[in-house]
Design a protein around this ligand. Structure first.
Ligand code: CAA
Ligand code: FAD
Length: 379
């Protein structure tokens, strides 16, 4: 077992850290407060190669492994979890899905622009009545010969208004249940496609989350990804990898909150000494560091499984389950260590606490991760 990162992986980690500290840190409070989409920052992330990290260079990507992706996601998430969710959806759901299962034409048409940050992608599975129970798709893609007629509503879509390309999951043959579902590439300017209002969220407020409405949208047959009926399998495969990205996001939020807490505990004095001299604070730091290291190992294990072409549904779900709890617990304790200062925006940890919560909900709630893990165990 080799716990050493390669030179390339260390270089990616260091580049992501530098970028996050120099380009994301300064405006992160303002973006959160005003729900401002980080358009400029995402463009730069594209230029630096963070938007299509695992895509082959042949299609404009970085050709990197999943371990490098996890390292970069952690560093970006330490500072701005809104930027990292945009990055995660683009990388592990949209780009990875297109590269693995798209036709040559689809890959050439979309991947170079998605990787460079010129355009952003969105992944559209959830609906008002189909969240965890994702097979219950109400959106329909009626087969009309040379095209599909798309009708329905998607909910909670990350990059909802900022994306140009949407991978939309829809039911074509209800009698076949989940085996009758397709996934279609929808472009923003297709007639009948309307972006709904932006959600006013607890956390990751810089990212834009919208409902999407489709009314008789004509989607050409060549925009279907994979064979007829492959859509649900596509969603599950893509999400198995996506969960590694969200686990790394949660890990980053936890490490960011921990680093701030460690520093603060050595500066703030109470009862004549730095608060880090009080055992109650030391024990909080010890718990934080231990769970963060465990979460990092789970993330790297899952990333390694994906890179080694091992089955990674279970390890990815374990990483997400554990890292998201670590993010939540660590961020709550980080606020506690900061006392009253933790409750105001300037000290960042209150934002981290709000951002942490979503990692236990999207890309499968913690309860859904337990279903995935236990099904794998009982197979
Ligand atoms: N890879 C390939 N196929 C898979 C799979 C995997 N990892 N997991 C399941 N499948 C297949 C099964 O084999 C089955 O197909 P067959 O019948 O043809 O064999 C099919 O999927 C249905 O599987 P189940 O019978 O297990 O389905 P289920 O109804 O019991 O639900 C579930 C399974 C795991 C709960 C699934 O519905 C699920 O993952 N729900 C959570 C949805 C989710 O994660 N949404 C995230 C939206 S994206 C997002 O959130 C982005 C963001 O925030 C940034
Ligand atoms: P529900 O499925 O209604 O679940 C409610 C509660 O019941 C949860 O606690 C859940 O764990 C529990 N529960 C449900 N079923 C079971 C069960 N069988 N056993 C035990 N407990 C159960 N979706 C996309 O498709 N694309 C996106 O880009 C996207 N981005 C998102 C961004 C944000 C900010 C948010 C909030 C959501 C996003 N989602 C996205 C949707 C997200 O994936 C869903 O919210 C999530 O899957 C849960 O679905 P739900 O909200 O319908 O909750």
């Amino acid at each position: 077992m080799d716990f050493q990162l390669t030179e390339e992986q260390l270089a990616v980690q260091s580049a992501a850290r530098d970028f996050a500290q120099t380009e994301l840190w300064a405006g992160v409070i303002e973006r959160d407060e005003h729900q401002k989409f980080p358009a400029e920052q995402i463009k730069k992330m594209g230029e630096l190669g963070f938007m299509g990290m695992m895509v082959s260079p042949e299609y404009g990507g970085g050709g990197m492994d999943t371990v490098s992706y996890v390292l970069a996601m952690e560093e970006i998430s330490k500072v701005d979890a809104s930027c990292s969710v945009i990055m995660s959806v683009n990388n592990s759901l949209v780009c990875w899905g297109l590269e693995q299962y798209g036709t040559e034409e689809q890959k050439r048409k979309y991947l170079p622009r998605l990787c460079s940050g010129e355009i952003i992608g969105a992944f559209c599975l959830s609906e008002p009545e189909a969240g965890s129970d994702a097979t219950m798709q109400r959106t329909t893609a009626e087969d009309k010969g040379d095209h599909y007629l798309l009708n329905g509503t998607k909910n909670w879509i990350t990059n909802g208004s900022s994306a140009s390309v949407y991978l939309v999951v829809a039911q074509t043959n209800p009698e076949l249940k989940h085996r009758g579902i397709n996934v279609l590439i929808v472009e923003k300017d297709m007639p009948g496609f309307v972006v709904g209002l932006k959600e006013n969220k607890l956390g990751i407020r810089g990212s834009d989350t919208h409902s999407l409405m489709f009314t008789d949208v004509k989607v050409p047959k060549e925009n279907r990804i994979g064979d007829d009926g492959f859509g649900f399998k596509f969603a599950m495969q893509v999400l198995a990898g996506g969960r590694i990205g969200i686990a790394a996001q949660a890990l980053g939020i936890a490490s960011g909150a921990f680093e701030l807490s460690l520093k603060y505990s050595k500066e703030r004095k109470a009862f004549g000494v730095e608060i880090s001299k009080h055992q109650a604070i030391q024990f909080k730091l010890a718990d934080m560091a231990t769970t963060i290291d465990a979460a990092r190992l789970l993330c790297l294990q899952a990333a390694h499984d994906k890179d080694a072409h091992n089955d990674y549904a279970k390890s990815g779900a374990m990483a997400k389950l554990f890292a998201s709890k670590t993010a939540m617990d660590t961020a709550v304790e980080a606020v506690q260590i900061h006392g009253g200062y933790g409750f105001v925006k300037e000290f960042h940890v209150e934002r981290m606490m709000r951002d942490a919560k979503i990692t236990q909900i999207y890309e499968g709630t913690s309860e859904i991760q337990k279903i995935v893990i236990s099904r794998e165990l009982l197979k």
